[in-house]
Design a protein around this ligand. Structure first.
Ligand code: 5GP
Length: 189
């Protein structure tokens, strides 16, 4: 998506050679107009698929999933990372390794919010090694729902995520694929 690639080039900051910081428009400050365009693009990509629910993970995925959901006209469910007394006790759970925090955490979704008849689109901001998406896909499979695909804003094509997901037969669609970020120079696929 040209608009997104231009924005990444303009405002993205490469940290080391693996982390792309896009806080100014994607995961701290949010450019709602850009999110609208991304939401429309996800709808265009999945226009021939039946989707009944969008699943994401807190916190960066939520805003994006909600804006996309307006085009799909479906609810959003987000996996929770923190235990809370107001979360149903009956949950699907999966363990996820965090690429940015270098530790494992648990994600949970109340069983009441995903059912066998659901056709799920997973949406997230980044795809690195595919751990977050794999955890979400695991929850979809525990619920015996159908996983239609994974929609990603920025895929780092030099990491393993796509391979890991495609090996499980999961469809991956990314709005921008960064092929390399050597010495701060970004190249797209
Ligand atoms: P994965 O689970 O695919 O290894 O990593 C994806 C998750 O890690 C995303 O949900 C995102 O929050 C975070 N992440 C991975 N790489 C980056 C990055 O380069 N920049 C930012 N801002 N987040 C990242």
């Amino acid at each position: 998506m040209k608009l997104l690639e231009d924005r990444i080039i303009k405002d993205g900051k490469v940290i080391g050679n693996k982390i792309l910081k896009v806080d100014s428009f994607l995961n701290h400050q949010i450019d709602v107009e850009l999110f609208n365009e991304m939401g429309k693009e996800f709808k265009e990509i999945f226009k021939n698929d039946t989707i009944t629910k969008i699943l994401t993970i807190e916190s960066s995925g939520i805003a994006l999933a909600c804006i996309a959901a307006q085009y799909f006209k479906v609810p959003v469910v987000f996996a929770k990372k923190h235990e809370a007394t107001n979360l149903d006790q009956d949950t699907y759970e999966s363990a996820v390794y965090s690429f940015t925090k270098d530790k494992h955490y648990k994600i949970r979704v109340a069983k009441s919010y995903i059912s066998k008849s659901d056709k799920i689109l997973i949406i997230d901001d980044f795809l690195a090694n595919g751990n977050a998406a794999t955890g979400l896909a695991d929850i979809v499979s525990q619920a015996e729902a159908k996983l239609v695909g994974v929609g990603i804003v920025i895929e780092k094509g030099f990491q393993n995520g796509r391979r890991v997901l495609e090996e499980k037969g999961i469809r991956v669609e990314s709005l921008a694929i960064v092929d390399s970020m050597n010495e701060g120079q970004l190249k797209f696929k």
